[in-house]
Design a protein around this ligand. Structure first.
Ligand code: HBI
Length: 367
């Protein structure tokens, strides 16, 4: 089987249609991975909620959509919330469809952060693998990951080691990073632009710290992203001098990268264990150094002194001092790191190797 191109079933997140933006970082990951796997000659069935768009138009990719109500997001639930299945839920339908397609495939990859597909895995013949999209946000999900790791941890992969360290695993984790279509990002070398911040405007992203630092420096902070919490955004704005924050809204990649590339630095201030940090890599791809809290995925991605500066989490003084040193970072080095470590080709190669390893019988014989 080692030289025959694989056929895979990829099952998207149940929290929103593919292409709607409501799926968050998983949508970007799936789009890059589908493109990368197609270039490697794989055949893909993509299973997603009705209204989804395939990220790639190719004879190698077949999109299957199912109706149903979005799964409640674990990001907006309490840590000890029970697993909920809404009436007319899309999640079980996604998996009915995926398991029907499984007979035509070598393996399935789940991109949803949900209990059902993890619970299913040891109980079906089909080989289901999981690319875990978040750190620990739910006790129920922590348990599902721990149980699956004890059954066969080769079925699990994570974006970063720091994300994986949130979970109770039995061996070193499979870490695949992430990947982007770098032809969509233009390297810019200007070093006199404004400061930038990008991400969902919600408490776990810590915009207030970046705004405070921009205010101390008497600079404008350009902010890109969906304002998920209006009251939170208003509180941040009222805490700094008028005009400190320039709200740029949620922009599609082509516009985001053009505007982001004009920044002299991106501030990244996560308050939670961010699994990866897509916006960090998007900034680096445009040559923008990243000044970040040494927390979660961004703290693992940023090479201190080479592609940005890492400071102790929640230390606004250190963030301010590091921002003043942004110009000491070589913007070409930022782009170089992304080309070496976060291309869509690299992600697809790492994911295919993970699946092939997981399909090899544990006794080491070749199937
Ligand atoms: N919540 N229940 C659930 N399932 C998901 O797949 C999920 C989620 N919350 C957020 C989310 N996925 C995506 O935004 C990830 O990119 C983080």
């Amino acid at each position: 089987m080692s030289d025959r191109p694989l056929t895979l079933v990829l099952v998207s997140t149940p929290v929103g249609q593919l292409g709607s933006g409501r799926g968050g970082g998983v949508e970007l990951t799936l789009a890059s991975l589908v493109q990368g796997l197609v270039q490697r000659g794989l055949h893909l069935h993509l299973v997603a909620p009705d209204g989804s768009c395939s990220p790639v138009q190719s004879a190698q990719v077949t999109l299957h959509t199912v109706p149903g109500v979005d799964q409640p997001s674990w990001q907006h639930a309490e840590r000890d919330s029970p697993m909920r299945i809404p009436q007319d839920a899309v999640l079980p339908r996604l998996w009915t469809c995926a398991l029907e397609l499984a007979s035509d495939a070598d393996a399935l990859i789940n991109f949803g952060y949900d209990w059902l597909p993890m619970w299913l895995t040891p109980h079906v013949e089909s080989r289901i693998f999981h690319l875990v999209s978040m750190g620990s946000v739910s006790a129920v999900m922590d348990g599902a990951v721990a149980d699956l790791a004890r059954w066969d941890q080769r079925r699990l992969a994570f974006h970063t080691r720091r994300q994986a360290s949130d979970f109770d695993l039995v061996e070193p984790p499979e870490v695949v990073g992430n990947g982007f279509d770098l032809s969509r990002y233009e390297l810019k070398l200007g070093t006199d632009g404004p400061l930038g911040w990008a991400g969902r405007v919600a408490p776990e992203k810590g915009l207030e710290d970046a705004a405070a630092v921009a205010a101390r420096l008497g600079e404008t902070l350009r902010v890109w992203g969906l304002v998920e919490d209006n009251a939170y955004a208003r509180r941040i704005e009222s805490a700094v001098p008028a005009g400190t924050i320039e709200w740029c809204g949620f922009k599609p990649t082509s516009e985001l990268q053009r505007e982001l590339g004009g920044c002299r630095a991106l501030l990244n201030t996560p308050k939670w264990n961010e699994a990866y940090g897509n916006v960090v890599v998007e900034a680096l791809a445009c040559g923008v150094p990243v000044i970040a809290y040494d927390r979660g995925g961004p703290g693992e991605i940023i090479q201190n002194g080479e592609t940005g500066w890492l400071v102790p989490p929640d230390d606004r003084d250190a963030l301010e001092q590091a921002t003043l040193r942004a110009s000491s970072i070589d913007r070409q080095a930022c782009r170089g790191w992304v080309e070496r470590c976060a291309s869509q080709e690299g992600l697809a190669a790492r994911v295919e190797a993970w699946i092939r390893r997981g399909l090899t019988p544990v006794d080491g014989t070749i199937s």
